[in-house]
Design a protein around this ligand. Structure first.
Ligand code: NMX
Ligand code: MLT
Length: 439
């Protein structure tokens, strides 16, 4: 067993003991009340999950194992000459709670490079789909077809003890993460570059190799990928992709099946597909006004038009956040350093200047501030990755780090099948009338 796996197991065993004691001593303590409105309205604000990898504060944004995004950018190991964190380091942090050394990160890069070979049948499955198929659909189908490789499914079938589940899930998680960039790049080159595929370069770090296979060897794009794949990795446990992966994994469906569920959720326009929608919305705005750099007045009018048509302004709002997403700010800082004159980037910033006040004035949008998706597409476009249908696949490759680290934790802690209670409206009406009689 590799040393990262040993370290994870050691830390998870300690945590498991702490949890046992916590439940034994305080298991009956209440941590919240649930209202009828919350049950009907997407369970907002109901605490019902344990996710060790990250925690979201509605005002401050995400912290991974206690570290904010600026802290991660400062403290995680970087590539030689680079200034953005290597996502391998974030994965190590999410698994162990410890900031890794450069050697730890190199170890993960090398492990993933060694495991990156994708079996031919996965490419054949992708090829069997019409090339017009949305990249996220191709991505989900490809991951599902890779399920043939699951060590967990095989071991479970052969009969293993519950105590061993974590070990096979860990192996599957590592192999899946290793192979996702190759699958994603294959889909990209197939759909947009005439099937002119690029072989992996095992000497590169995970992000640089991904950039290389996509066909972008500019050092700026590599740095963007390192930042992008780090900041999209995790957003505590309740978001659709994390929750879906965790839920399906709780049935002991293997990591390939569970992660596919997460990705089908990420493919929704209110979740990860919003990054594609933002760029479409900006391009429509530019075409509508007839200029690459619309003024703030023109942007304001376009936002109002979008709202009056009963559509959402993509990239704005959040179910939990109530301030500008620090992932937006990190990308804005990157853009200020690398491409401050790019017209799409400048438009993103102009939208940021005017949208919050307009959204706030509607009186119904709880968070008028931008989320991660409001900025990402403009940066990708700057480096020439202009095919916005593909953007959510990049989000998905990154999200694997968080949700698969969490799946390792779920099995190491022996979490049970997730199965909350549901009600009917008849039940709710009866509950209300019985409580009224009792009062
Ligand atoms: N533009 C227009 N209307 C909005 C927006 C927006 N950006 N955000 C929220 N609203 C509406 C929302 O549709 C709802 O309307 P109604 O009562 O008519 O159903 C009302 O405001 C209240 O919604 P909230 O409670 O503020 O937001 P909720 O927690 O339900 O939804 C989102 C959160 C993220 C789904 C929502 O803000 C949204 O649709 N944003 C645009 C899509 C987007 O950027 N999604 C990406 C999220 C981040 N990610 O990567 O996953
Ligand atoms: C995410 O990164 O998953 C999104 O911001 C959505 C969320 O947290 O609900």
């Amino acid at each position: 067993m590799g040393y990262v796996k040993d370290r994870f197991k050691e830390i998870a065993d300690q945590k498991s003991q702490e949890i046992k004691e916590l439940i034994a001593q305080h298991g009956t303590r209440k941590i919240g009340d649930v209202t009828l409105a919350q049950v009907y309205q997407g369970m907002r604000g109901i605490t019902g999950l344990v996710t060790e990898t990250s925690l979201l504060d509605s005002d401050e944004g995400i912290r991974f194992r206690g570290y904010s995004i600026p802290e991660l950018r400062a403290q995680l190991p970087k590539s030689e000459g680079g200034s953005e964190p290597l996502p391998e380091g974030l994965f190590y942090l999410m698994l162990t709670g410890e900031i890794p050394s450069l050697e730890d990160v190199d170890h993960l890069s090398a492990t993933w490079a060694r495991r990156s070979h994708v079996p031919n049948h996965v490419f054949a499955v992708i090829e069997s789909l019409p090339s017009s198929t949305h990249p996220m659909t191709q991505f989900c189908v490809a991951i599902l077809s890779l399920q043939t490789e699951s060590k967990f499914a095989k071991a479970y079938h052969e009969g293993i003890s519950k105590k061993e589940h974590w070990s096979y899930v860990y192996e599957d998680a590592m192999t899946l993460i290793a192979r996702l960039p190759r699958i994603a790049a294959y889909i990209y080159r197939r759909k947009y570059k005439n099937g002119d595929h690029i072989q992996p370069d095992g000497m590169l770090d995970w992000s640089a190799n991904f950039a290389h296979m996509l066909g972008y060897n500019d050092e700026g794009f590599r740095e963007l990928m390192r930042l992008y794949l780090t900041i999209h990795a995790d957003h505590e446990g309740g978001n659709v992709s994390a929750h879906a992966t965790h839920l399906v994994g709780s049935a002991l469906s293997d990591p390939y099946l569970a992660f596919t569920a997460g990705m089908t959720g990420l493919a929704g326009p209110l979740h990860g597909l919003a990054n594609q929608e933002v760029i479409r919305w900006i391009e429509e705005l530019q075409q509508n006004i007839g200029t690459l750099e619309p003024s703030k007045e023109q942007i304001s009018e376009y936002i109002k038009k979008t709202l009056s048509e009963g559509k959402v302004v993509p990239g704005y709002g959040h179910a939990v956040l109530r301030k500008t997403d620090p992932r937006f700010t990190a990308q804005m800082e990157f853009a200020k350093k690398h491409c401050p004159e790019d017209p799409v980037v400048k438009t993103v910033w102009n939208v940021y200047d005017v949208a919050p006040a307009i959204l706030e004035a509607t009186g119904k949008i709880k968070n008028p501030w931008p989320n991660v998706d409001a900025h990402s597409g403009s940066l990708l476009k700057h480096y020439g990755l202009i095919e916005e249908d593909f953007y959510t696949v990049l989000f998905g490759v990154s999200r694997a780090l968080g949700v698969l680290a969490s799946l390792c934790w779920d099995r190491a802690l022996g979490f049970p099948l997730e199965r909350p209670k549901s009600i009917t409206t008849e039940w709710a009406k009866q509950f209300v009338s019985e409580s009224a009689t009792a009062e």
